[in-house]
Design a protein around this ligand. Structure first.
Ligand code: AMP
Ligand code: MN
Ligand code: MN
Ligand code: MN
Length: 278
């Protein structure tokens, strides 16, 4: 069961990826993915397309989403796997969470204009496949186009992040809400890429406890965001806290993403995979 090629985290043009759900399905299938989930940020408008495309390829599909959460002043991402994309509680929760992205985008652009980079709001929008889901990734792509930076990585070092120009704090969903919406829609809540959060060990412990108390069950162990030593670190965390383990590339784009769909090590055999619950 742990050796299934599952990829339960990636993004399409419905959020901040660059491929359509259909092209992602093809690419996943070509790369040997056997169990797939599209997990767009705060939006499930691509779910029916992804499911149908997977079905046509004979690839198993699980409904998915990645919810933006504010917790202790930090942004945390909670993935929902096995969700019903027609659930009204989840649909309404995500609508609320997306709300405010356009206003935030305008403020980001205003800050950048002040330092001499004009037209960023309109520029970012040209990269957004879905105007309701304007993401910092779209801003980053535009800043690379305008040669403000050489790469997306460079953008996220010098702009759009706390303490740098173009950073606007935002209040996303609460941790409890995100887990409630996912659970209401029949899904399993999973902490996305835990190695990326800048939290102390104590804060991480608090996060895992709060997530568990809210009904959260899983954690990503094998993700495109982790180094091999972090695979081991979070395998231990999964065992220590009794979390089910997940695996996903977090693929966004063929040129930008370090890890392609399905191209990850298997889950360690000592862990219980999230897909054993579904
Ligand atoms: P947002 O939800 O609009 O704040 O945008 C967050 C998105 O920006 C993430 O989902 C990533 O795709 C992207 N992102 C954030 N930090 C980085 C980074 N250091 N390098 C590349 N992409 C990043
Ligand atoms: Mn993203
Ligand atoms: Mn994420
Ligand atoms: Mn993601």
């Amino acid at each position: 069961m742990n050796s299934i090629n599952a990829d339960l985290h990636c993004h399409s043009i419905i959020s901040d990826g660059t491929l359509t759900p259909e092209d992602l399905a093809l690419r996943a299938h070509k790369n040997g993915v056997q169990l797939w989930s599209l997990t767009d940020h705060d939006v499930i408008g691509g779910q029916k397309r992804a499911q149908l495309a997977a079905q046509n390829l004979g690839m198993k599909y699980l409904g998915g989403v990645e919810i933006s959460v504010s917790w202790m002043g930090q942004t945390i991402h909670i993935v929902g796997i096995g969700i019903d994309s027609e659930n009204p509680i989840l649909i309404e929760g995500l609508r609320k969470t997306r709300d405010g992205r356009s206003a935030r985008g305008k403020e980001i652009a205003r800050q950048l204009e002040v330092i001499g980079i004009p037209g960023v709001y309109e520029g970012a929008l040209t990269y957004a496949g879905n105007p309701e889901l304007l993401s910092r990734t779209h801003f980053a792509r535009y800043l690379v186009e305008k040669k403000v930076c050489q790469s997306i990585d460079e953008v996220f070092k010098n702009y759009l992040v706390e303490g740098k120009p173009g950073y606007i704090g935002h209040e996303w969903a609460s941790l409890e809400e995100s887990v409630q919406w996912i659970t209401a829609a029949g899904g399993i809540a999973v902490i996305a890429h835990p190695g990326r959060y800048r939290l102390s060990d104590m804060q991480k412990h608090e996060l895992y406890q709060a997530f568990k108390n809210a009904g959260g069950k899983g954690i990503e162990v094998i993700t495109g965001s982790h180094t091999p030593s972090q695979y081991e670190e979070y395998a231990k965390i999964a065992q220590q806290y009794g979390f089910y383990a997940s695996r996903g590339s977090d693929f966004h784009d063929p040129d930008e993403s370090r890890i392609d769909l399905g191209q990850l090590p298997h889950l360690p055999s000592t862990l219980q995979p999230v897909w054993s619950l579904l």
